[in-house]
Design a protein around this ligand. Structure first.
Ligand SMILES: Cc1cc2nc3c(=O)[nH]c(=O)nc-3n(C[C@H](O)[C@H](O)[C@H](O)COP(=O)(O)OP(=O)(O)OC[C@H]3O[C@@H](n4cnc5c(N)ncnc54)[C@H](O)[C@@H]3O)c2cc1C
Length: 413
């Protein structure tokens, strides 16, 4: 079905796309659509071009490297001090060796207060993109049963309507766009909470460490400016002791409960703690007629997996590549949106299902214990585990390693 022609909005203009939310997913979508030749209004409710997401571990898995390169962001982020870190995984059954022959490239670490303004400036500079700051989407326009634009409120209360063939909700976990469009959503229970702070330490600057302490979790992410983020995600039953004396509980957790613990006692804490207690995973249907969701608005996964930033960049590129031919030519937009929905699910659903399953705060299953035990003793199993954890290969890629998991696990006792 071809989409009806777009009427101009109050601004007298016809946009190919209105993208709501100028954080990682919205900017990635706008950059890729703009470079493909589309006219894009990029709307952000916060007025400050340097605004950034405050609570984020900002470890970007290597699966996002092609998207970052494609968007032209890897170079400016690196120039701004992004640290490239290999991932080091420890569990109670030993250390998972680094992938053989550098088969898993290093991830990217840059604090959001530096990353977000760079990404937003790149979007504002992209051809065809107009960044509109300090405007909040308060309503959706619809025509002939499809979303056809947005109603914006400026900070002085002034209202404007923008019309476009496609509205993109890149407005995060609580997506107002999704709520206004009554997009079906499902929330998955989350059984851990998060606290983190920046430290100066003498640990390796090129090695990010994750402790899968079953069922507890901790991490050390070196980042720009000589800083290192230490983060923990204990199970919910541990919350009272953290509420009681946060610093004491945090330091004791890192030093006494993680296998092969970090030497955090020698580090100097340089920022206050930031925490997040409630963070349910959210799945939404990623498309309706004239509407697409991307980034956290489409799928919010457990921060423990550290996938949200990378998936925001990858999702923006995936969406733009899929819908640009329809926005710029005469292909039916609805068919392109259906293709985007399939690609989104094919790329993310299996990973997200596994992540949700562990997000409840449950301990490892017998199979997961065997897997980590085997990975500590068998390089090929370790490679596959790194591939899965860095989201460069789906769970189905583990299948050939299963006999080795059983064998290595039995040998290791
Ligand atoms: C504790 C924690 C730790 C995390 N650690 C990591 C990690 O280590 N690695 C990783 O990859 N991910 C991590 N994440 C996830 C990551 O922060 C998110 O997945 C990522 O920021 C999603 O980007 P986004 O662009 O989809 O949404 P957001 O960054 O949430 O941006 C949404 C944007 O929409 C704007 N907006 C909202 N409503 C409106 C409206 N009505 N009108 C206009 N604009 C609007 C907002 O102002 C904002 O700019 C973590 C998350 C948490 C909670």
């Amino acid at each position: 079905m071809a989409s009806p022609a777009v009427r101009p909005g109050d601004d007298g203009r016809e946009w190919d796309a209105v993208v709501v939310g100028a954080s990682l997913a919205g900017c990635a979508t706008a950059i890729a659509l703009g470079r493909a030749g589309a006219r894009v209004a990029l709307v952000e409710r916060r007025p400050d071009p340097a605004a950034f997401k405050r609570i984020c571990g900002h470890f970007i898995h290597p699966s996002a490297l092609p998207a970052l390169e494609r968007l032209g962001l890897l170079e400016p982020l690196t120039a701004a001090g992004a640290v490239r870190t290999r991932l080091h995984v420890r569990s109670p059954w030993g250390e998972v060796p680094q992938p053989a022959g550098g088969s898993t490239p290093p991830g990217v670490n840059l604090r959001r207060e530096i990353m977000d303004p760079i990404v937003r400036a790149a979007a504002a500079d992209a051809p065809g993109v107009e960044l509109m700051l300090g405007r909040s989407v308060e309503g959706l326009l619809s025509e002939h049963g499809r979303v056809s634009g947005v109603e914006l409120a400026a900070r002085d209360g002034a209202r404007t309507r923008l019309r476009a063939r496609l509205v993109v909700g890149a407005d995060g976990r609580a997506s107002k766009v999704a709520k206004l469009a009554a997009v079906p959503a499902r929330e998955a229970a989350h059984g851990r909470f998060n606290y983190a702070a920046y430290f100066e330490d003498d640990g390796p600057a090129d090695l990010a460490t994750v402790w899968m302490a079953d069922p507890q979790w901790g991490a050390r992410f070196p980042t720009d400016s000589g800083l290192t983020l230490y983060a923990c995600m204990p199970t919910m039953d541990r919350l009272p002791e953290f509420k009681d004396d946060l610093e004491r509980a945090f330091m004791a957790f890192m030093e006494e409960e993680l296998p092969g613990p970090p030497s955090i006692g020698r580090a100097r804490m340089v920022t206050p703690f930031l925490g997040k207690i409630s963070m349910p995973d959210v799945w939404r249907r990623p498309t309706l007629h004239g509407l697409a969701l991307v980034g956290d608005a489409a799928l919010t996964s457990d921060p423990l997996a550290g996938v949200g930033c990378g998936w925001a960049f990858e999702g923006g590129v995936r969406l733009a590549d899929t819908v640009a031919p329809a926005l710029l030519g005469d292909q039916p937009l609805d068919r392109a949106l259906a293709r985007y929905r399939r690609r989104h699910l094919r790329a993310l659903a299996a990973h997200a299902w596994l992540i949700d399953d562990y997000a409840t705060g449950r301990p490892f299953t017998r199979f997961e214990r065997a897997l980590f035990r085997a990975a500590a003793h068998d390089d090929r199993v370790a490679d596959r585990l790194h591939e899965l954890g860095s989201r460069r290969g789906g769970p189905e890629r583990m299948a050939p390693a299963l006999p080795r998991v059983l064998l290595a696990s039995m040998r290791a006792g």
